[in-house]
Design a protein. Sequence first.
Length: 192
Amino acid sequence: MEGRAGAMAARLVDTAERLGIDAPGRAIISAAFVAAMRPRLSGGLDDHGPEYLHPARTALILMEDAGVGEPATLAAAILTETRHPGLRPDADEVDRLGEQVRGLVAAVPDPEEDERVLESLIVAGPDVRLIAVAERLDHARHLHLRPRSEWPGYHAVTCASYAPAAARSHPVLGRRLAWWCRSFRDRFLRPG
């Protein structure tokens, strides 16, 4: 990988190494990033658009904010894409990363298909909940770049379902998502 994707791949590996993740674990994380980037690179996404490096940012949120150091959890986070189904990696590539990774990716609730997202997040295991919250947080941080018509609904689901799940999952992620909910509402959704 070259350019911004190559730099982000290096950052993922460096961050994982600082957390004490061993070489085989870093290899799984790198393989997940390559798989997640394949549809982004082949689809001609703008390399400065928020979707482009989303997979890595999700893992970085988990590593830097929540101290997650489990390679399978981080690989699953990289492979999870709930907002843009066309950017999901090929199922065969997910399978190659192992049963644990595949199971975690499959267990993350899809907010477009699951009307009871909060309940699904609460009953999900802690790793699944962390993945879902981090993935949603990264998408939420870039919501202001999406069409204005998407803002109210996305904000409502994020604040009603993901923020309470974040508060139960990790104190830093809980604070970050609660802050985003308030800030986005006050800056972009309040009239006047």
